[in-house]
Design a protein around this ligand. Structure first.
Ligand SMILES: *Cc1c(COP(=O)(O)O)cnc(C)c1O
Length: 218
């Protein structure tokens, strides 16, 4: 499955985050040996542990909700945090980045699901935060774009609407705040069940777990 997926995504110029949460280090190593270098985890401690034990050229992405007090575990390791959904968290990431003498890249997670209340910034809050970001309030961080999760539903048109909305928010943020900033180029949207729609709607990075590793274990 991995090989076919990689070929499809390459043709579309879309980056793949192989979502390895709950998966064993051995399973991750198998996918690594097929060439995959970007893996996504949703728990700080699990990411920290796996990064220690697995090859050091892996780029670890934090894709799940992140609590401020957990940032320290991943600050020296993580290459992209997808889930910045409030200013206090971004403040903490900025401080931990400084302690580690590095800059940490991240995405603004936007709430796009129409019904389910998932984590994420409202559009208004995203614009408010973007203003502070471009005023250099978080100098040890790099804002690379946006992330969103569609409602878990069979309704394809609903999923498409939600992804369209994320693309629109990205375009508006680009136009209003990040127009001179070439770092702001990432739209992280699409999972195993909806990545094709996400790509049609402008995704540049998909986060895929079960299609690669088999069904989720929890
Ligand atoms: C688990 C998870 C994924 C991957 O989900 P699959 O349906 O297994 O592809 C993607 N994004 C986030 C934020 C996740 O928590």
């Amino acid at each position: 499955m991995y090989t076919e997926l990689i070929k499809e995504l390459k043709e579309q110029k879309v980056n793949l985050v192989a979502v390895s949460k709950t998966k064993s280090e051995q399973k991750i190593k198998e996918i690594y040996d097929q060439g995959q270098r970007i893996f996504g985890e949703n728990r700080a401690r699990e990411l920290e542990q796996k990064a220690e034990n697995l090859p050091h050229d892996i780029e670890w992405h934090m894709i799940g909700h992140l609590q401020k007090n957990k940032v320290k575990y991943i600050a020296g390791i993580v290459s992209l945090i997808h889930s910045v959904d409030n200013e206090k968290l971004l403040n903490t990431i900025n401080k931990e980045a400084e302690k580690n003498n590095r800059k940490i890249s991240y995405l603004l997670q936007i709430k796009i699901a129409e019904e389910e209340s998932k984590y994420g910034l409202s559009e208004n809050d995203a614009f408010g935060l973007a203003k502070k970001i471009v005023n250099k309030k978080f100098p040890n961080t790099i804002c690379k774009g946006v992330m969103g999760m569609a409602t878990f539903t069979e309704d394809q048109e609903k999923i498409r609407r939600e992804f369209k909305r994320l693309k629109k928010v990205f375009d508006q943020l680009s136009a209003e705040y990040f127009q001179q900033n070439h770092d702001f180029d990432t739209i992280s949207m699409g999972m195993s069940g909806d990545y094709k729609i996400a790509i049609e709607e402008g995704s540049t990075m998909v986060r895929i777990g079960s299609l690669i590793f088999g069904p989720r274990e929890n």
